[in-house]
Each structure stands twice: as structure tokens, then as C-alpha cells.
Design a protein around this ligand. Sequence first.
Ligand SMILES: [Zn+2]
Length: 399
Amino acid sequence: MSDLLITNVRPEDGPAADILISGGRIASIGPGLAAPPGCPVHDGKGAIAIAPLVEPHVHLDKILWGLPWHPINVPAGLRAMIDNEVEIRKSLPWSVEDRAGRLMRQCVAMGSTHIRSHVDISTFYGLDNLHGVLAAWEKMQDAVGLELVAFPQTGMLIDPGCAALMEAALDEGASVVGGIDPGTIDGDPKGHLDTIFGIADRKGAKIDIHLHEPGELGLYEMGLICDRTEALGLQGRVVVSHAFCLGDGPPDKVAAMIDRLAALQVGIISAVPGEIAFPPMFDLAARGVPCALASDSIRDTWNPHGNGDMLDRCWLFAFRSWCRTDAELLACLDLGTARGAALLGLPGYGLAPGCEGSLVLVEGENRAQVLVDRPARALVVKAGRIVAEAGRYAGPGAP
Ligand SMILES: [Zn+2]
């Protein structure tokens, strides 16, 4: 929790002002602020100041980011891709801690000061991935907030002992229970979801489920998720990631489902997939469903693309959604900033007095132009501490 006076910035495209952070919180925003004795001062040089980007869905344990190029051979079908990953990771010469640290530093350099990451849990991996990611984060806790999902990537009911390990993960640093395609992977939608919701109910944990299953099957399973959310009073604590069924399901059933998601405050995260229909994010937002964009898979055994830059992801969504007006572009930026923070329930998020003293400076004309051009982040601040400068990580452990 640090003090910092940042002079000469334009908060959210507004008139020039200074921002004073005191004890890790924004104390005041306005022109001509004086630095208290001993407070460091940073000249913002007229840059735009925005609240930080938020990364609500990555896989820090899968990442090959920052390492020599690793050619991937992606087989057809989800099961084959899952098994392919397990095989490749057996022989990687780099630890989870090393790989996770590299991606977290990259995310911070790009302006994200909070990450939700899934970590693979199975009887093969045990809790090794969780422990590796936590070891990396311990060294940079002052630079980025981290929330971990105990994720049964390789299957849960088909891997006896996995569910117990996921529950144990919640005692060792994870705070969210994951799930994946209950029909396809485990072949038992109700059993899969009952197990996950049971763990969350016992442990007071949140839920975040990967749901790739399309159309009617996906909507049926989303209905099961809503049933359990309602029965256990978990409104506002459940997220469905990907939710392709909201993009390709029958329109009348999708519309009814969106009403239900809004009523139960079940969140939707999309990574804007390459060739697949994705949820109607603007409809979700307009109708009160918590929703946000995320990177998901980055430079791993699934996918060579991505760079941990949420501004890039917002632009990708804008491009694929054919957004052209400034209002549309700003709505895209919202999906990588304020809406991500709201979906994750981040306390004190925002660019206003009383909020956490975290922000991003970007040199540009206005936020719409910044979204389109995606310039390097001039400065990233986490709770009053400078953690990246000129597009490079500058937090704890920086080279
Ligand atoms: Zn994922």
C-alpha cells in the first residue's frame, strides 16, 4: 500500500488533472494537487488514465508464454486435445512456477492488475499445478490480485479422487470450483453439476464452469446450472465461461435463458473464439447479465495465439462484432475493465476517490482511439505502486 502523486493525466478522456494515491487508495483527483512530504511524483505527460484492465479467465499452468517457440500439433476433438496436453506437459523442461510467473508479468505489463486463473486438478497432477502457480504469485502479490479456480480439465467423475482433490484445493489457496462440459467429458451432466455445487456449498466457494457444449445440449445444461444456483442461493457467485450455446442456440430459448441468467446474476465470460459463435455480449449487458471478455488459452498446447493483453481482446471483440461508433468501442472496453471487475466482484474497483489506487496510463487521443490502436501501456499502478512502465513489467522480481 503505497503513496503516489501522478500529475498531468486525463482521467477517462476528461480534462487534465492530477491523481493522488494515499495508502494504496485514490485520495483525490483534480488539478494542481500538492504532493505530501515524501510522496513520489510521476509526470503523466498528458496520458489518458483508465481503471485497470481485468483478466477473468486464463490458464497460468498451461502457458508456454515467453519460452522458445513450441510447435503444437492440435488433434481433432476435445478429448484428444486434453490427452495431448497431458502428454506434452510430461516432458516440458520448465516448471509451472516459471511459466505462470512469466504470464502474470506479461498480464501486468499490459495493464491487468487482477487475474482469475483456472488450474488443472486431477489424480495425475494432484495439487502440483495449484502449488506452482501460488509459488509464482507469492513473489509478485503486490503487483497483481489472483483468484484460482480448481479446474477438472481431464474429467472429474471419470477420475475417481479428482473431486476430493478439488475440495482440498479450496483449503490450499483456490477459491472457485471449476467444471467442464458435464455431458461430454464426464457423460453425466447432473452428477457432474451436483458434485461441483455440493463442493461450493460446503466450502462457501464460487463456481466457474467451462461450457463449450453447443445449442440445445448447452442450453439444457445451463438450465441445470441455473436450477442449482437458485436452489443453493448462489446468486451472483456462479459464472459460465464460453457459453457457445448462447451464440448458436434457438433464438427463443436463448432469450428465455438470458432472462434467467439476469434474474440469478449468473455471469458469462467469452474469449471471443476464432470460428465458433459466441454469446451476444451486448444483449447480455443490456439485459443485466454480468458479463466480460477474457483471454483464456494463450500460447499453450491448445492454441499458439494470444498475448495476455485485454485491450487486444476487447479490440478483437470489437472487430468481430463490427463495432464502429465511439459508443460501441467504449462498450467493448467496458467488457475488459469495469464489467470484468463487477463480474468478479472486485472491491474498490474504479477511477474515483476512495477506490483502490490502481490505474493504467495510455498515450492517445481518447479511449476509442486507444481501443483501436492499442498503444503500449505507459504506466501501470497497483495500489499506489508502479508495477509496469513503457510496456514492461516493473513490479517485484522485475529483471
Ligand atoms: Zn479456459
